[in-house]
Design a protein around this ligand. Structure first.
Ligand code: BJW
Length: 263
């Protein structure tokens, strides 16, 4: 494993040429400058909410009303937030690269889509989708808040059963959608024949399988970059670590690669 090159001052430029493919992984830090709380920072969500009670299947079974209060408050907050320059830089890079770009996000706030990214895999689900905990109806768009208690599934009710609706979020101990992982895997398979760049932004590198994606990318021959406000747990696996806020670093990192696209 090569040594990680750390930059704290002036942001280096990431070279992007006609043979470059870019896989991006984002985490909560990329939305911090939009006013959305991260999880593990000082002042993060896990300071106020016990993670196993609000983000696990067992927590939902024990107290679905608490879980819905947590996600209702997150929906309410996310509705008031807008993309920041970091999101917009990633949207501009997708505009330039087209199918040579893929963004895997752990965020559930929808801000990448709002910024204009289209090739997005929301690996931990979406705040604005709801599904049934008891039947296989597909997740459906839902931005309502449920402060007064957990909503029930009307399709189950029509069949004489009672099931609770739940947020379409991947909780601890739950599998990520295999189709999402397949999409990322096939992108890597195509990209390995080209110049591949893997860029992780605003993530503590603690939660798997996302935290292991850098190693998969390296196995596919990627040059690996981390942009984060502090050293992530898995920082040693990256070739380059640029320390700083993504809203400032990303536009500078892409530099003239963004020149053709103004937003
Ligand atoms: C800035 C910034 C700025 C601030 N600019 N930067 C292998 C080893 C050990 C354990 C496991 C393993 N494989 C699986 C597990 C179990 C588990 C896991 O990883 N546990 C670890 C915690 C130990 N993983 C799972 O259960 C996953 N499922 C799975 O793997 O299924 C198979 C399986 C199950 C069980 C055993 C084995 C296999 C599912 C994970 C689901 C995660 N869900 C959550 C909550 C739901 C989403 C939601 O409500 O929003 O997802 S947890 C929470 O953490 C959320 C996030 O997406 C996720 C990652 O957090 P993130 O984004 O990194 O945020 P932070 O707050 O941690 O970090 C922010 C960073 O930004 C900080 O570093 C700041 O410095 C930085 N920052 N401002 C740039 N302006």
């Amino acid at each position: 494993m090569t040594e990680t090159m750390t930059t704290q001052g002036e942001t280096p430029r990431l070279r992007i040429d006609d043979d470059t493919w870019v896989l991006v992984l984002t985490g909560a830090g990329v939305s911090a400058e939009s006013g959305i709380r991260t999880f593990r920072d000082a002042g993060g969500l896990w300071e106020d909410y016990p993670v196993e009670q609000v983000a696990s299947p067992g927590g939902f079974a024990a107290d679905p009303a608490l879980v819905w209060r947590f996600y209702s408050a997150r929906r309410a907050k996310a509705k008031t937030c807008a993309p920041n320059p970091g999101h917009r830089a990633l949207a501009a890079i997708e505009d330039r690269l087209g199918d040579r770009f893929l963004l895997a996000t752990q965020n559930v706030d929808g801000l990448h889509g709002q910024a204009g990214n289209r090739r997005v895999v929301e690996i931990h689900g979406s705040l604005f989708l709801t599904r049934c905990s008891g039947c296989t109806r597909p997740p459906f768009p839902d931005d309502r808040e449920y402060p007064d208690g957990p909503p029930k599934c009307d399709e189950c009710a029509a069949r004489g059963r009672t099931s609770l609706l739940r947020p379409h979020i991947v909780w601890f101990g739950e599998m990520l959608d295999p189709e999402d992982l397949l999409r990322i895997g096939s992108f890597l398979d195509q990209a390995r024949r080209h110049r591949l760049v893997f860029l992780a932004v605003g993530t503590s590198g603690v939660v798997y399988p996302a935290a292991g994606m850098v190693l998969e990318a390296r196995a596919a021959g990627a040059e690996t970059w981390l942009v984060n406000a502090e050293p992530a747990d898995n920082a040693r696996h990256f070739h380059h670590f640029v320390e700083g806020p993504s809203g400032r670093v990303l536009p500078a990192l892409f530099g003239e690669a963004l020149g053709a696209v103004t937003r």
